[in-house]
Design a protein around this ligand. Structure first.
Ligand SMILES: Cc1cc2nc3c(=O)[nH]c(=O)nc-3n(C[C@H](O)[C@H](O)[C@H](O)COP(=O)(O)OP(=O)(O)OC[C@H]3O[C@@H](n4cnc5c(N)ncnc54)[C@H](O)[C@@H]3O)c2cc1C
Length: 380
């Protein structure tokens, strides 16, 4: 088994790392503090091909493979977890889904704009009573001779502060759950789309999360993919999204490890650097080992996605392992820095808050375990 990046993947990784160091990292603390959506940084990322990493070049994307995408999200997340997840939503949950399921005019209308940052995409699946149970859609799309009237409420719609288009999921066949949901491409400036509440959050602040009230008329041209088949499309998109969140978690975990190592080498207690103490060394060893194991799963899931293998479990394993390894890494970094980490405004304090969301969004850790177990038991 050869585990080596190609020269092209290495070069792309280096260029994203440089962008992350020069452009993203200097902004990370400010984004966290203000909670403002960093539209200028997101648009700058477009210049590096980071808004449509795997999108075909014919549509204005960078046309790269899924491993490259993972490397990019990981590198950006080392600098800012918020910017990484904002990019991943535009890529995995919106652009990739339009490439996968969109009709030619829909691709024409949105893909180039999404790749250049002229349009930002959002993904509106969650509702007050449809989080883990995402098939329990209460938003209704009722058919008429003018198309569909969509009415309901969506919550935690990331990127919504700046988004021009949202993929909105709505029930078109009551009682059919996952077989009765349709996906719609809804322009955010359409009459009847109202941003009703901006979510304040513990971490990944500045993600532009809004709750949306919908009472909007759309034509048939706005239906994305087959009618009543929106739920499988959401799950298709979330597979890529979960691989990206695994990469995001790895980036946060690595940043935590780097902070811990730097501090352990310079902080002297009882007359010597704390890095000399075995208690600290073992924490660093565990952090590095668990992140390395999670990275293998993440790259494996990305490679499987690139080969268009169908399994959902690879992505769930990657997200579960990476988010839990990163959570532990941020926790141990906090322990190693002690009061210096616990201080409001320290980098480790931000990482500690940011990492928690990776175990919640795009399916909680419990949801990932449900998917993995169902897959194992079905194939046993
Ligand atoms: C920062 C942030 C950004 C987000 N961005 C988006 C977005 O862009 N678009 C979007 O659509 N959504 C988004 N979400 C919503 C997110 O996907 C949901 O919060 C998530 O799916 C969990 O749903 P919930 O919060 O309603 O929890 P619930 O579903 O209410 O779950 C509560 C608890 O019960 C557990 N649980 C539920 N069912 C079971 C079960 N059968 N067995 C065992 N345990 C179970 C869960 O794991 C959890 O621990 C975002 C959330 C956050 C925090």
């Amino acid at each position: 088994m050869i585990l080596e990046l190609s020269a092209e993947q290495e070069a792309f990784k280096s260029s994203v790392e440089q962008f992350a160091r020069d452009v993203v990292a200097p902004r990370a603390a400010g984004i966290d503090e203000s909670g403002e959506y960093p539209l200028d940084v997101i648009r700058a990322a477009a210049g590096r091909g980071l808004l449509g990493v795997t999108m075909p070049t014919a549509w204005g994307g960078a046309g790269r493979d899924y491993i490259s995408y993972v490397l990019a999200i990981e590198a950006i997340a080392r600098a800012s977890a918020t910017v990484a997840v904002a990019l991943s939503i535009n890529n995995s949950l919106v652009a990739e889904l339009i490439v996968h399921a969109g009709r030619a005019p829909q691709k024409e209308q949105w893909l180039r704009k999404l790749a250049t940052g002229d349009a930002i995409g959002a993904f509106a699946l969650s509702e007050p009573d449809a989080g883990t149970d995402a098939a329990n859609q209460r938003t209704r799309a009722v058919r008429s001779d003018r198309g569909y009237r969509i009415s309901g409420r969506k919550v935690w719609v990331a990127n919504a502060d700046a988004a021009s288009v949202a993929i909105v999921f709505a029930c078109t066949r009551p009682g059919r759950r996952g077989q009765g949901v349709t996906a719609f491409l809804v322009p955010m400036d359409a009459p009847g789309v109202t941003r009703i509440a901006r979510a304040d959050s513990l971490g990944v602040r500045g993600l532009g999360c809004q709750d949306l009230e919908l009472d909007v008329q759309v034509s048939d041209d706005h239906v994305l993919g087959p009618v009543d088949q929106g739920f499988p499309l959401a799950m298709w998109a979330l597979r890529g999204g979960r691989i990206a969140i695994a990469a995001q978690a790895l980036g946060i975990g690595e940043a935590s490890l780097a902070e811990a190592i730097a501090y352990a080498k310079q902080r002297e207690v009882f007359g010597q650097p704390i890095a000399n103490y075995q208690a600290i060394q073992w924490m660093i060893a565990d952090m590095a080992t668990e992140l390395a194991a999670a990275r293998m799963l993440t790259l494996k899931a990305a490679a499987a996605k690139e080969r268009q293998e169908r399994s959902m479990a690879d992505a769930s394993m990657a997200k579960l392992a990476a988010s839990e390894a990163a959570h532990k890494a941020a926790d141990k970094a906090m322990q190693i820095l002690a009061s210096a980490g616990y201080r409001r405004g320290s980098t480790v304090e931000r990482l500690f808050r940011d990492v928690r969301a990776t175990e919640i969004y795009q399916g909680t850790s419990e949801a990932q375990r449900m998917i993995i177990a169902a897959n194992i038991l079905a194939n046993a």
